[in-house]
Write a protein that binds this ligand. Sequence first.
Ligand SMILES: Nc1ncnc2c1ncn2[C@@H]1O[C@H](COP(=O)(O)OP(=O)(O)OP(=O)(O)O)[C@@H](O)[C@H]1O
Ligand SMILES: [Mg+2]
Length: 325
Amino acid sequence: MQSDHSPQITIPSQDLAEENRNLLGELETAYKNMEMILNQSDREKAIAYEALQQKFQALEDLYDEMTRKENMLIHLEKLSSIGQFIAEIVHELKNPLTVISGHAEVALLIAESEDLRDQVGKIPKQVKRMSHLLDRFWRMAYKGKEDFSLFDLNENLRDCLSTVEIIKPKKIDMTSSFCNDTLIVQGDPYQISQVILNLAKNAFDAMENRGNSIRVETKKVSSHWMQTSKEFGQAYCQNEATWVVILEETDQFALVEFSDNGNGIQPELLGDLFQAFFTTKDRGKGTGLGLSISSDIAMRHGGNLAVKSVPGMGTTFQLILPLDS
Ligand SMILES: Nc1ncnc2c1ncn2[C@@H]1O[C@H](COP(=O)(O)OP(=O)(O)OP(=O)(O)O)[C@@H](O)[C@H]1O
Ligand SMILES: [Mg+2]
């Protein structure tokens, strides 16, 4: 299921080239007409000349209009990429802020002196202020710089889940089970942790009113499994044609399943989840960028992010990454 996860504006250069070709064609015809006119009577020449003048004026107007449109599109494209960059920074800053706040909350519980509690108590308030400030810059998407290396996915997840453990609401139980296979993948462990944090935050929100458990599992799966198993997600972010090629070229994948037993998602919404700015949350609560950024990360790792859900029962996200052979 293809999702256009970034709101990038592209210049329709093919349209412009087509218009240019038409212009040249018209000029050629006009030139040929002029040659014909030179061989006609004075009266015919005057009428034809008038018609030609009008044609040239129309062409000039068209040319001006095209230049104006082209400049506008270039401007829009620049704005779009600056915006995407800002949105990336905003979203990625919000995750560490949540972690800082979580640590401060823990420190508050164990701080012994009143003075220390007073000092530490100020941290969440300041973090909230920063978070609100960042919300004001939220409107854009993500393009990142790659910093890829080989790493052990299970090890990375263990590390990441210890952070999730700190920031998760108390009522939620989290269990995990890692496969015995070593899952070596090529990528950026930091970006993969960002995906897990985004999934965790969504699961917390989905369990505000119902549900209380998160289950994280890793498995080694084959491309055949992905093509045939009913366990595979109902919708995914990757472009379908690209996904077919990936499945042909890679045989073994690492699968991370992140499940919650929260609200669940209506089937008709599954295809929209990976779109930038798609959110069902209140303004200020969700920007609709978490899954769009996460799917972007999965795809830049040559993988996929899939989802399956039963409304009222819960949701499972599946992060799929090609294994390094
Ligand atoms: N585990 C889940 N359970 C139920 N619904 C979910 C779950 N994860 C995502 N969603 C739905 O998908 C939408 C998009 O999620 P996404 O993470 O992209 O944005 P968000 O959480 O709304 O905002 P942001 O992550 O930018 O703060 C959510 O608003 C929610 O409706
Ligand atoms: Mg989210």
